[in-house]
Ligand binder design. Sequence first.
Ligand code: OAD
Ligand code: ZN
Length: 242
Amino acid sequence: MSNSDIEKARELLISAKYLVILAGAGLSQESGIPTFRGADGLWRQFRAEELATPYAFQRNPELVWEWYCWRRGIIARAEPNPAHYAIVELEKRYEQFMLITQNVDGLHRKAGSKKFIEIHGCIWESRCVDCHNVSEDRETDYKKIQPCKKCGGRLRPNVVWFGEAIPDMNLRKSIYSVQNCDLMLVVGTSGYVQPAASFPFHAKQNNAKVIDINVEPTPISEIADVFLQGRAGDILPALIKD
Ligand code: OAD
Ligand code: ZN
């Protein structure tokens, strides 16, 4: 990455009218939250099919809750990093803006973001498998997970698992912003999980510009107008500096 790449990205940000940011686990890596893929990724250590599918939960809800409560414990100690705060600042600069995040950690809210779509849900919420009621749930001990307060049904984490669809309203809102933006800023995603992975490609087809920030090249960086290789917590603040 050269200074001229940073300059080019800064110019794209200045001329954009409608900014969409697509965020992935790399954004929270500097807050101490493990990513899914790569050398220290969770999917190296754990099997997704045993922990993050509806079938896994049906077969062994306790194991799934144990894993989610372990992750809650890590996330509970984490604070937003400079990249989260830079995104809050960017939101203030655009009348038309949307943050589409694949992260379930709630750090955007904690940093002060207002306009965001958590397309993979939120780890701090539970949903009843029977009555579908969603409630805030900050429990980090899997042995203390209670039944639904409304109907006594079983609670599950309110996140999207492999093989599940993105909730309709979140998907529609995401697609709307992807189709209408003139600049998409992609940060810390490997570009493997659909549908989010296709958003930068759709944006490009609609003549939007794409900036990608990642510590390593991905399929998204190949089609990006500017690829900024490095850590989100270093690069995002540099992009918004006056
Ligand atoms: P991944 O773990 O697949 O990818 C994280 C990306 O962040 C990688 O491309 C890293 O190179 C990059 N990265 C790591 N540290 C970084 C840093 N400090 N700055 C910038 N980039 C960095 O995470 P996602 O793409 O978000 O889904 O994964 C998508 C989905 O797959 C997740 O939401 C989750 C997972 O299975 C569900 O749980 C449904
Ligand atoms: Zn219920």
